[in-house]
Design a protein around this ligand. Structure first.
Ligand code: UD1
Ligand code: MG
Length: 448
């Protein structure tokens, strides 16, 4: 069966009370709208069209410019029926069924949509997705007939509405494409909100001899985001599910609830993640590495057997090969550290490549920025960089060389050399004692 997808996202989202469009809020680092867009891809939708409002059109187009989706604008939010009608006119490819998703309902699964498709294949022109709610709510209610047929969906404040006992409507719909336009055009707005309710399609279909049915899923799959509280609940659900998956795959986390993950975080088995670690987007960690508490990691690839933190900050473009050690208060950005290299304390490594078995001493700063442009540093293998050193880029330090502690290095260092760049120390014999005595005399005078 071939499917096209319409994603409804024209709502103003006023309850979010935010200048950011609702569907561009994020869960685990991913746009809310991206969840439905990806679902449409997962079910191999032939064409996907997102209905946006004129307020969020430009920002949404920009945020999704690398996705293969189309947009159409609903200028006035006249209801879900009106939104679908506008989108149907823009669909170009002929498919068997049209799927309607919401841009603010992120957790609908591919399995559920597949179940809806197999119900449709049994000869139903319409399949809605319903769920049983634990609490009283104001969703549309499914009115069922014999043999799992659906005869109507009743919206709140409309005649015959009862909030208890019935299945609630998730809003997700699968409708046979070749009859959809015809049925949608018959929807009227003679209801309490003067809106074109998409849900009226059920009754209209029945009147025209078409049959509707439903598929039931869990309530939390239909969780919709309307407010910041909803968004935080959705985030919590995502994080809980994600942590469970990681634990099941063999990652050790003594306090999983304190760690935050992004939708694309990859952590291989045998890794240990200590409490209070943040993973931004683009993190991949190979097996048996340990991430110690209070580390903040984004856009970073970490090889096997590495040890990170506590208090490490790994920024985008960081690549650590195997058995690398990065200790407390070390910040790394756009830099590669090869096997067994160590940067254990208080350093900044930016725009650099560091070879294997190299030691970056405490307080080493890679001075990569001249106030205008960024410059690159290459440090070879088996190098020892002493503590409190500034490496002023652009710079090359050859293999097996030593940089003396406290140096400010701005000239390339050949292999196997010792570079020392600090003022020469002078020891003035006896002068220390003299100064001490003088100071003591001054102090005694003040006391008198
Ligand atoms: C809708 C359903 C209701 C269901 C509930 C589930 C209708 C009439 N009712 O109600 O049965 O229980 O969802 O959450 O469909 N949208 C547009 N253009 C519009 C109006 C809405 O694009 O003119 C979009 C919104 O951005 C949102 C979705 O459609 O993503 C649902 O709209 P919303 O106003 O939240 O519908 P509900 O009243 O909640
Ligand atoms: Mg709603």
């Amino acid at each position: 069966m071939t499917v096209s997808t319409i994603i409804l996202a024209a709502g103003k989202g006023t309850r979010m009370k935010s200048p950011t469009s609702k569907i561009l809020h994020k869960i685990a680092g991913k746009y809310l709208l991206a969840f439905s867009v990806e679902l449409s891809k997962d079910i191999k939708s032939q064409e996907t069209i997102v209905v946006v409002g004129k307020e969020n059109e430009l920002v949404t187009r920009k945020a999704f410019s690398d996705h293969k989706i189309k947009f159409c604008v609903q200028n006035n939010q006249l209801g879900t029926g009106d939104a679908v009608k506008i989108a149907l006119k823009k669909l170009k490819i002929k498919t068997n069924y049209t799927l309607v998703l919401y841009g603010d309902t992120p957790f609908i699964t591919k399995t559920t949509i597949k179940r809806m498709i197999s119900r449709a294949e049994k000869g139903f022109e319409l399949v809605f997705l319903g769920f049983k709610s634990k609490v009283k709510n104001s969703y549309g209610k499914l009115k069922l007939g014999p043999k799992k047929t659906l005869i109507d969906i009743i919206e709140k404040n409309e005649p015959g509405y009862t909030s208890s006992g019935c299945l609630s409507n998730s809003g997700i719909l699968l409708v046979q494409s070749n009859i959809s336009t015809n049925l949608i055009e018959k929807i009227r707005n003679d209801n309490s909100k003067n809106e074109f309710y998409l849900t009226n399609i059920v009754k209209i279909a029945t009147e025209h001899g078409y049959s509707s049915t439903y598929v039931q899923c869990e309530e939390d799959e239909c969780l919709g985001v309307n407010s910041q509280i909803d968004l935080s609940l959705a985030e919590r659900k995502f994080q809980d599910d994600f942590r469970k998956k990681l634990l099941a795959s063999g990652v050790s986390m003594p306090s999983p609830e304190t760690c935050f993950f992004s939708y694309d975080t990859i952590i291989k088995n045998g890794c240990v993640v200590e409490p209070n670690v943040f993973f931004g987007t683009g993190v991949k960690i190979q097996s048996s590495s340990v991430i110690k508490s209070y580390s903040y990691i984004e856009g970073t690839h970490i090889g096997k057997n590495c040890q990170i933190g506590p208090f490490a900050r790994l920024r985008p473009g960081t690549k650590l090969l195997e058995s690398v050690k990065v200790g407390n208060f070390v910040e790394i950005k756009n830099a590669t550290l090869a096997n067994r290299t160590k940067a254990n304390h208080l350093s900044y490594i930016g725009d650099a490549k560091v070879g294997a078995n190299t030691n970056i001493g405490a307080g080493t700063i890679f001075c990569n920025y001249d106030g205008n442009r960024k410059h690159y540093t290459v440090v070879g293998e088996n190098v020892f960089v002493g503590s409190n050193t500034s490496l002023i880029a652009p710079l090359k330090i050859g293999d097996a060389s030593i940089v003396a502690a406290g140096s400010a290095i701005n000239i390339d260092v050949p292999s196997e050399s010792l570079a020392i760049a600090r003022p020469t120390q002078q020891n003035k014999i006896g002068l220390g004692k003299k100064i001490m005595l003088k100071l003591q005399k001054v102090a005694d005078k003040i006391k008198q």
